[in-house]
Design a protein around this ligand. Structure first.
Ligand code: SF4
Length: 698
């Protein structure tokens, strides 16, 4: 009976960056069901995760009391049963656990200096919690070695956007596609990863919009597309430069826009002349006439948008890939007007907000560089005399390398799961085992918590209040629907308790106070108040006044760069860090699938989602399976230079014959055992999307 509930709460879906607004119906203190409501990003729609995935919060594996590693515990490793952790951990009071957690970090600071401690925060926290976490590390330990999953997601996109546009966020909401004539979706599989956004993309084609899908893996959206460009993996720059070569050679570019709003065009034009469709066709595998048709379609459109995902960002040339997309839009003047824009589809529900809040080692809140003396002076003023280190901090993979080398000896990990999410994860697990002191704060005993000295039980998103920011720059109010189980506490409270114990004089009584402090340094929050969010639920930044709902499209009057001009940055073709050879003849690419979220800690504990997708799987082309002598559903072994996993194989014609796709949500066949930790030099993002692999029948 859907009318039989005690209470309903308006909030935000805890999974992806679309940021669908939900109504959570609660009966007897438990979530009974979830409905979509009329949020600006979803207009009542939800996908299967939002609708059926929320019951992970009631799973018996929830952490309900603080845990401390037993003195006689076995050696640290991936060896803890989350339903029976008692040979490794014992229960503790909050007082004891907080003291042990904080004193362990503070002792390392005293003995080895602040650089011996680093922090991973989380995009599964609120903006206020992300802000407090980066402040905890910066103020408490005197450096910027604090990062989160944006490093594994869109760090390269943000690097390119900051460099060339002057802002790391999207220039237009995805809903703007309703005003576009043409849209490119590249390196993204929205039907699986941003399903509600995908519904807008499909509607766009139904009213005559021309969709161009570019991806090494065919996607479910291809039947809606004018072009499905299934190019060779890792050849993004070759393909995009060839498209821009056509636009330049055929003079299809928008001269007036280029003159008025950009810089660097002439150098770029000279650079792009070498990348003819004929030459690039050999690399990317797309016929020159198709490249020409795509270029003409995009360049002659009145209004066109570009959407991209981690197929673009997770390469050692991820920043170059994004530079190309930015240049493509600038060439044609497809930025700053309704129905135009650049939109990297953000992954986690609050990865945009956590990044905005400064949970990044190079920048303070609102992407203000730590290298800028005026920025450091501002935060010194707001943070009562705290000296901000001028050197940018270390990123996720760099931190884990320092841990492995024994240079970082303590970590505070909140809501992240590097024992599953880091590339070459065996290396990360060995590093975690070496830490003198690891504090993990989470809702479940994750793979990373296996290595912890202290585990602090946290409230899940439907159990706490705060603001979150979606891929559209929409700051939204998340509300508490149910109580956290047992003694689990809201993350912001735990961070504050730890801060006081390491000697910081913090005095916050609720998230609103934190939000108000954030507004002191974040121009993006101008005219966005807690009260507005409580009544309006969502306000888009930038916002020009107390009654302005915010700007869906930005940069119509110029860019937040020198002289208001965006920049063309030429990109060269760079091969992947490792290429197939006789021993490893195929290409491994990893990603998400519709039912499971990231490392699976939440969705594999959601009843419906786990029932639909209970088993680790990979996808191979039917011909490849036949050559291997494997029936669909049979087991294969995937082997790279880093390790091997055994996994059930599915037949999938969308995957090229020399390629295998492996979701990264399954610990029993952890994709990141196989992946390469080589980094993009600018965004410092690992090359998750390309590893040389051998596939064998088991
Ligand atoms: Fe949640 Fe994303 Fe699905 Fe919306 S599209 S319901 S935000 S997972």
């Amino acid at each position: 009976d859907r009318a039989d509930f005690d209470q309903e709460t308006k909030s935000v879906c805890p999974f992806c960056g679309v940021g669908c607004q939900v109504s959570i119906k609660v009966k007897d203190g438990k979530v009974k069901y979830v409905e979509g409501i009329d949020g600006p990003a979803n207009e009542g729609r939800l996908c299967v995760k939002g609708r059926f995935g929320m019951d992970y919060i009631h799973h018996p594996h929830r952490l309900t009391k603080p845990l401390i590693r037993r003195d006689d515990a076995p050696e640290k490793g991936l060896n803890v049963d989350p339903s029976n952790p008692w040979t490794h951990f014992r229960e503790a009071t909050w007082e004891e656990a907080l003291d042990k957690a904080a004193h362990g970090l503070a002792d390392l600071r005293s003995y080895y200096g602040g650089q011996s401690v680093a922090g991973f925060g989380s995009a599964k926290c609120t903006n206020e919690e992300a802000y407090l976490f980066q402040k905890f590390i910066r103020q408490g330990f005197g450096h910027n070695n604090v990062d989160h999953c944006t490093r594994l997601c869109h760090a390269s996109s943000v690097a390119a956007l900051m460099e060339n546009v002057g802002s790391g966020a999207v220039t237009a909401t995805f809903n703007e596609i309703e005003n576009a004539d043409v849209a490119i979706v590249i390196g993204s599989n929205p039907t699986e990863n941003h399903p509600v956004a995908a519904t807008y993309f499909k509607q766009f084609t139904k009213r005559g919009g021309e969709l161009i899908i570019m991806d090494p893996r065919g996607t479910a959206m291809k039947r809606f597309a004018k072009h499905m460009i299934q190019f060779r993996p890792g050849t993004d720059v070759a393909l995009l430069n060839a498209i821009m070569n056509v636009i330049v050679e055929e003079k299809l570019y928008d001269r007036q826009y280029i003159e008025g709003f950009t810089e660097g065009f002439f150098e770029f034009r000279d650079h792009i002349r070498a990348f003819t469709p004929e030459r690039m066709s050999e690399l990317c595998g797309i016929a020159p006439e198709v490249i020409r048709d795509v270029a003409r379609t995009f360049a002659t459109a009145q209004r066109a948008m570009i959407f991209w995902g981690m197929g673009i960002s997770q390469h050692i040339h991820g920043t170059d890939n994004s530079r190309c997309l930015i240049s493509l839009a600038l060439l044609c003047g497809h930025v700053g007007r309704p129905g135009t824009g650049l939109h990297p589809l953000r992954g986690q529900n609050n990865v945009q907000g956590a990044s905005d809040a400064g949970l990044i080692p190079q920048v303070m809140p609102d992407y203000q560089s730590v290298t800028d003396p005026e920025v450091r002076a501002l935060f010194k003023h707001i943070w009562q005399g705290t000296e901000i280190q001028a050197a940018p901090g270390l990123t996720v993979v760099e931190i884990m390398d320092r841990v492995y080398r024994g240079e970082i000896r303590g970590m505070y990990v909140l809501g992240e799961n590097p024992a599953m999410s880091d590339p070459d994860v065996d290396h990360a697990r060995k590093a975690l085992a070496k830490l003198d002191h690891l504090v993990v704060q989470d809702i479940f005993l994750t793979e990373t918590a296996n290595f912890a000295d202290v585990i602090l039980p946290a409230a899940a998103m439907p159990e706490k209040a705060g603001t979150v920011t979606n891929t559209n720059r929409q700051v939204q109010m998340m509300r508490k629907a149910v109580e956290a189980p047992g003694e689990a506490r809201e993350d912001w409270k735990v961070i504050v308790d730890l801060a006081r114990r390491i000697g910081l004089t913090w005095d916050y009584d609720d998230p609103r106070e934190v939000f108000n402090e954030m507004k002191m340094s974040m121009r993006s929050l101008h005219h966005i108040t807690w009260k507005r969010l409580e009544t309006e639920n969502s306000v888009t930044y930038p916002c020009n006044g107390p009654d302005d709902p915010g700007q869906a499209v930005v940069f119509g009057d110029g860019f937040p760069r020198r002289a208001g001009r965006a920049k063309f940055t030429p990109a060269r073709v760079t091969p992947p860090a490792e290429v197939p050879d006789e021993t490893f003849p195929m290409v491994l690419t990893t990603g998400r699938q519709l039912e499971h979220w990231h490392t699976g800690s939440m969705t594999r504990r959601a009843t419906v989602l786990d029932a639909v997708e209970p088993e680790a799987n990979c996808s191979l082309h039917p011909s490849t399976l036949r050559e291997l002598g494997v029936e669909p559903g049979g087991l294969v072994r995937l082997i790279t230079r880093r390790g091997s996993v055994e996994v059930m194989a599915r037949a999938d014609r969308a995957v090229a014959r020399d390629m295998v796709f492996l979701p990264f949500a399954y610990v029993e066949a952890a994709a990141n055992i196989l992946t390469n930790a080589a980094l993009d030099p600018f965004g410092k993002i690992p090359e998750f999307k390309y590893s040389a692999v051998r596939v064998e029948k088991v």
